[in-house]
Design a binder for this molecule. Structure first.
Ligand code: ADP
Ligand code: CDP
Ligand code: MG
Length: 240
C-alpha cells in the first residue's frame, strides 16, 4: 500500500552518512558494540552490524514519541526516549533522581554525561542495531558530548516542526501525569527549545542529515512523511 515518494524532505543523500559511521566503527565503543551484536536483519540494507542511529528532534508535544512508536512497529527500531530514561531514574530513586526531577520541573537540561550514560547503557544491552534516540540531543552541549563519549554521529535526524500554540495544546492534553506538563513549565521548555535545541537542528540541516517533517495534521498524515524516510533505506519491514 505504501510507496516510496520521490519528494522526501531531506537536504542530501542521507545514505552518504553510512560511510561516516563505518569510519567511527574503528572507535572503541563500536568495536565492543559490533562484536556483541548478531545481525538480525535480512533486508537489502548492508551495514554489517554497524548501528544505525536516528536522532528524533522537535519541541515539547510535537509528536516525537507518537511517531517513534509507529517507526518501531513498521521498521523494528529500538526506541530510546531520553526523557523516559531520565524519568525512570526519578522513579527508581537513583542517586541522581532528585537532581533530575528538579531539572525537569524547571524545563532545563540534565547534564549531558548523565543522559548519555543512560542511552549508552541501553544501546549496549540491546541486540538491535537500529536506534531511535528521541529528545536527544537537546543542546549543542548534548550533541558534542555524545560525539565525544559514544564516538558516533547520527545517520539521520528527524525534526518535527510544529507551531508553539499546537505544542502547548497537545502537552496540556497529554494527561500522563508529568510534572512538566503544566503551563509554567511548558513556557520554560519552549524557551529552552528555541535557545538550545534549534541550533542543533540548524547544525544537522547544514550537515545535510536533517529530515524536516511538518508536524501539523493527524498522526497518520504526519507518518506519511516519516515512512518514506525509513523505506528509502530498505530496512526489513516488520509490519507494512
Ligand atoms: N498529530 C497529532 N495531532 C494531535 N495530537 C497528537 C498528534 N501527535 C501526538 N499527539 C498527542 O500530543 C501529545 C504529545 O505527543 P508526544 O508524542 O508525547 O510528543 P513529544 O514526545 O514530542 O512531546 C500526546 O498526548 C499525543 O497523543
Ligand atoms: N536530552 C534530554 C532530554 C530530556 N531532558 C529533560 O527531560 C524533559 C522531558 O523530555 P521529553 O523528551 O520526555 O519531553 P517531550 O519533548 O517528549 O515533551 C526535558 O524538558 C528536560 O528537562 C533533558 O534534560 N535532556
Ligand atoms: Mg516525548
Amino acid at each position: 500500500m505504501w510507496r516510496r515518494v520521490a519528494s522526501v524532505s531531506h537536504f542530501t543523500c542521507a545514505h552518504k552518512s553510512i560511510v561516516n559511521n563505518k569510519d567511527v566503527c574503528k572507535l572503541k565503543f563500536w568495536e565492543a558494540f559490533t562484536t556483541e551484536i548478531p545481525r538480525k536483519d535480512k533486508g537489502t540494507f548492508q551495514r554489517d552490524k554497524t548501528p544505525f542511529i536516528t536522532f528524533v528532534l522537535g519541541g515539547p508535544g510535537s509528536g516525537k514519541g507518537t511517531q517513534c512508536m509507529k517507526i518501531v512497529e513498521n521498521f523494528g527500531f529500538t526506541h530510546l526516549s531520553a526523557g523516559d530514561l531520565l524519568r525512570r531514574e526519578i522513579a527508581a530513586n537513583s542517586a541522581d533522581g532528585t537532581m533530575i526531577l528538579n531539572t525537569i520541573k524547571e524545563g532545563k537540561i540534565v547534564p549531558s554525561e548523565l543522559t548519555i550514560r543512560l542511552i549508552q547503557k541501553e544501546m549496549e544491552s540491546s541486540d538491535n542495531y537500529k536506534f531511535l534516540i528521541d529528545g536527544f540531543p537537546r543542546s549543542e552541549e548534548n550533541r558534542i558530548a555524545f560525539e565525544q563519549i559514544i564516538g558516533a554521529e547520527p545517520d539521520i535526524v528527524l525534526f518535527f516542526d510544529c507551531p508553539e500554540d499546537e505544542m502547548v495544546k497537545r502537552v496540556l492534553n497529554r494527561n500522563q501525569g508529568r510534572v512538566d506538563d503544566n503551563i509554567d513549565t511548558i513556557k520554560k521548555r519552549l524557551k529552552v527549545f528555541a535557545a538550545l535545541n534549534l541550533p542543533v537542528v540548524k547544525y544537522y540541516l547544514e550537515k545535510g542529515k536533517l529530515y524536516k517533517i511538518n508536524a501539523v495534521g493527524t498522526v497518520d498524515e504526519i507518518y506519511k512523511q516519516v515512512y518514506p524516510v525509513f523505506a528509502s533505506f530498505n530496512f526489513e519491514q516488520v509490519r507494512a
